[in-house]
Write a protein that binds this ligand. Structure first.
Ligand SMILES: [Zn+2]
Length: 427
């Protein structure tokens, strides 16, 4: 699935056919040129020419011969070349950046968690930090000699996908930040040229990651919930992201669940995230540890650890806080289940370590409050992708865009590609 329409769309028949052959080799590998021709309906000469082109670009390689050909000489087999390109996903959160780079086979090359107080830093300093972090990642030895085909940035925000602008990120305090253009500018200044940048909502990319590489991969009707200071949902229906008319579908954190409840960062009262967001949970679970300043930076990870430790040792306040949050979460999920009827809801982020105390009440309340018997069979499970789900989803989505012809293919290996491990210089 595409992560936005801010990408170059390739028009020529040849480029479309390169994508078709690339996808076919991914599906059938190891496979012969004849098998690709048969599967695509393209003639063998055309397939041979397209395969030669993909090999020159470092996307396909020969991998030996079929062992027992029925007729004639054994055919040379093809597979994807996992050594030439990389795609990078970066996730901005209130208190950290997560970065994941993957190869053409979606295998993880780099995974980093960078503590960073994004809320206090402000938008411009944060974008500069993102550019530096991307530069560091591109300079990582694991990416040495690889062409970076695209960068995806996930933000807990309403996003205008066509322009890559962050329209509103209440928990970061951002409004109308032209993230894609500013980041492209900084990367260009640092010598990183021609790498497409896409910007998307963190929950959407978390859902993409769960669908493509998580423990429940292949579940086409699922919701992924971010477990951060804010709560967002990425919704997949039939394997496609449900974005809505103007892109803000899935803002479950701002479902009103308690009239006249606590004040929310959005300015309203009683939103789900004021009762089941990580900040709200921590204020009840470890009240003595809450600093005077707004929760941000390194606070959150340390406080989550403390809350989980206390709950684990049977501390009544901590256990009660987590269990109540589970009930509120279940109530919010019931509304989501009533509207979208998912097979599966995956709880991500900091909900994962809190899962043993959140899940029982969450599941019970979802079943009790949803209209359909047994919540329509919807399961509620914990993510296996930890705090880098959205980054992983972004990197995954870039590879998928490459296959789908929504990203430019890298140039032939003997000419200059879009980028080759630039030195980070974006300070
Ligand atoms: Zn709200």
């Amino acid at each position: 699935m595409s992560v936005g329409s801010g990408t170059v769309s390739f028009q020529t028949v040849r480029e479309t056919n390169l994508g078709v052959v690339l996808r076919t080799v991914r599906e059938l590998a190891p496979c012969s040129r004849a098998a690709v021709a048969s599967a695509t309906g393209l003639n063998k000469t055309t397939v041979s020419s397209l395969v030669a082109d993909l090999m020159a670009r470092g996307l396909v390689r020969e991998t030996g011969r079929a062992s027992q050909p029925r007729v004639g000489r054994p055919g040379v087999l093809l597979a994807l070349d996992d050594s030439s390109i990389a795609a990078i996903g970066l996730e901005v959160n209130v208190d950290y950046l997560a970065v994941v780079a993957v190869d053409l086979l979606q295998r993880e090359l780099v995974s980093r968690h960078v503590p960073f107080d994004a809320r206090s830093a402000g938008a411009e300093a944060c974008v500069r930090h993102i550019a530096r972090t991307l530069g560091d990642t591109m300079a990582d030895p694991a990416l040495s000699g690889r062409t970076v085909v695209g960068v995806s940035v996930a933000v807990p925000a309403l996003i205008d996908s066509p322009s890559g602008t962050v329209t509103h990120a209440p928990n970061l305090g951002w409004r109308n930040v032209p993230l894609r253009d500013r980041l492209s500018e900084l990367l260009h200044e640092a010598g990183v040229r021609g790498v497409p940048v896409q910007v998307d909502n963190d929950a959407n990319l978390g859902a993409v990651a769960e669908y493509r590489v998580g423990s429940f991969a292949g579940t086409a009707d699922l919701a992924y919930l971010t477990g951060e200071i804010g709560i967002g949902a990425g919704l997949l229906a039939g394997g496609e992201l449900l974005r809505g008319a103007s892109g803000f579908a899935g803002e479950v954190g701002h479902l009103s669940v308690l009239p006249d409840g606590p004040e929310c960062a959005c300015g309203r009262r009683g939103c789900l995230e004021t009762l089941a967001g990580i900040g709200a949970i921590l204020r009840e679970a470890v009240p003595d540890r809450i600093p005077d300043h707004p929760l941000s930076g390194d606070d959150v990870a340390a406080l989550v650890e403390a809350a989980v430790e206390r709950a684990g040792s049977g501390d009544a306040a901590a256990v009660g806080a987590l269990e109540r949050a589970g009930t509120w979460l279940g109530r919010g999920l019931a509304a989501l289940i009533n509207v979208t009827n998912p097979d599966l809801v995956v709880l991500g982020g900091y909900f994962v370590p809190m899962g043993p105390w959140l899940l029982p009440n969450c599941r019970a309340e979802a079943v009790a409050s949803a209209f359909a018997p047994d919540a329509g069979g919807c399961r509620v499970e914990l993510s296996s992708l930890g705090l880098s789900a959205a980054a992983r989803g972004g990197a995954t989505a870039m590879i998928h865009s490459l296959d789908a012809g929504l990203l430019p293919l890298p140039g032939p290996r003997d000419t200059e590609g879009p980028v080759a491990s630039p030195a980070p210089d974006t300070a």
